[in-house]
Design a protein around this ligand. Structure first.
Ligand SMILES: CC(C)(COP(=O)(O)OP(=O)(O)OC[C@H]1O[C@@H](n2cnc3c(N)ncnc32)[C@H](O)[C@@H]1OP(=O)(O)O)[C@@H](O)C(=O)NCCC(=O)NCCS
Length: 159
């Protein structure tokens, strides 16, 4: 389902295709797949979320990010998209929408990102991989691999 206008609601929203959005979540123009459930107090930017995903309370999924089908995003997870965030140019003028480089995060199918993890700009979390809670991930994670810590390191891999 395409969300066509920025939206937030003080009530739970039961949308078509069994999409559930809990109250106080802010949605920008994004695409959400059938069967996906999104908790409360999330921020969902101009991004794409697949089918049957679980996005837990407080998660922040910024513009350009992609969450594939059946992925799990834990509470307060942040997917970043800007490596060198800045507010202003040297002359004090505000940076505009196109004045920074978007580096999207991709969470592949059936991957799980534990609570409070931060996924750095441009990183891909492979299919079925697990990111431990509280981790900070700055490199791609191979499919079926478990990483944890800050910076995140591999503790187990099927590859
Ligand atoms: C990453 C994870 C899957 C590892 O589980 P596991 O394979 O069963 O690993 P273990 O519990 O045996 O831990 C192995 C070691 O890593 C450490 N460890 C486990 N998870 C960790 C984490 N997130 N960050 C740092 N260290 C961690 C353990 O303390 C242990 O260290 P030790 O050997 O020195 O005692 C799990 O700990 C995790 O973080 N799951 C996500 C939980 C979550 O956020 N759920 C969301 C909804 S509640």
């Amino acid at each position: 389902m395409k969300i066509t206008a920025a939206n937030s609601s003080g009530c739970d929203l039961q949308l078509p295709d069994d999409i559930l959005i809990r109250k106080f979540t802010v949605l920008y123009e994004c695409e959400i797949g059938a069967g996906t459930h999104i908790g409360s107090h999330c921020t969902i930017g101009r991004c794409k979320i697949g089918k049957r995903c679980k996005i837990q309370d407080g998660a922040v999924i910024c513009d350009g990010n992609v969450v594939e089908d059946e992925a799990f995003i834990g509470t307060n997870v942040t997917l970043c998209n800007d490596r060198y965030p800045r507010t202003c140019n040297d002359d004090g003028s505000m940076l505009g929408d196109g004045d920074w480089k978007l580096e999207p995060v991709t969470i592949r199918r059936r991957a799980s990102v534990g609570s409070n993890a931060v996924i750095g700009p441009g990183v891909t979390i492979g299919e079925g991989a697990i990111v431990g809670c509280g981790s900070a991930v700055f490199h791609d994670v191979l499919p079926g691999t478990t990483v944890l810590g800050n910076p995140a390191r591999t503790i187990r891999s099927l590859v």
